[in-house]
Design a protein around this ligand. Structure first.
Ligand code: AMP
Length: 199
């Protein structure tokens, strides 16, 4: 198994960059930002000031949290790079994704569009290839992600994806459940696993 954190210090949030999103989703993103700050977890994110990602990052920053944005040059204006938080400017989308991945112990997926889909499908495909075992939690508010889960299941039913793949992530319905789900998904330390075997 590839990279697998023993504890959490940084959490990447993948989410939509649209300001047109339901205000309830923007509020949820902000609440997650505050929760990360309260838990002393560093937020790693796409570096923009728009949509759910801007709401999450600004709220985390205002609550005293540590925030790191990673944004490509060509999106600095379009995605309104946040000047108040630490930001790394990279050359390409690929570099953004690899840095988001390498710097994060776990991932939260809030509702988003095609960009969010692209990011999480890659993340889960790397999990499928055993390149990592970092926790992934979807905020599946009002069943937002059910169509994606159904598509994954469709590929399992067609015997194109192994059934275990469906255990690669956790799905929760409320913001309050996100951080507990991340901690619950951490791999059990070997010493504890051995104790469990003997009990
Ligand atoms: P969206 O879900 O479409 O609102 O996009 C959410 C975020 O994903 C935005 O910051 C996009 O710039 C980013 N994004 C879109 N496509 C990619 C990609 N191929 N690699 C990295 N980030 C991406």
């Amino acid at each position: 198994m590839g990279q697998s954190p023993k504890s959490l210090s940084s959490v990447c949030v993948f989410c939509g960059a649209s300001n047109e999103a339901d205000p309830a989703l923007l509020d949820a993103a902000a609440q997650l930002g505050r929760d990360l700050a309260a838990a002393s977890l560093k937020l790693i994110y796409g570096g923009g000031g728009v949509g759910l990602m801007g709401a999450c990052a600004l709220a985390a920053h205002k609550a005293g949290g540590d925030v790191l944005g990673i944004i490509p040059h060509f999106l600095k204006v379009r995605e309104k790079r946040l000047d108040v938080v630490e930001t790394i400017v990279v050359d390409s989308m690929h570099e953004r994704k690899i840095q988001l991945f390498d710097r994060s112990d776990a991932f939260v997926v809030l509702p988003g569009g095609i960009g969010t889909l692209e990011e999480i499908v890659e993340l889960l495909s790397w999990r499928r290839l055993d390149l990592h075992a970092k926790p992934v939690v979807f905020y599946n508010v009002d069943g937002f992600w059910e169509p994606l889960f159904a598509l994954f299941q469709h590929t399992v039913d067609a015997k194109l994806t192994p059934p275990e793949f469906m255990q690669s992530w956790a799905s929760v319905r409320t913001v309050a459940e996100i951080l507990p789900a991340l901690y619950a998904a951490l791999p059990v330390p070997e010493s504890d696993a051995e104790l469990g075997d003997k009990a």
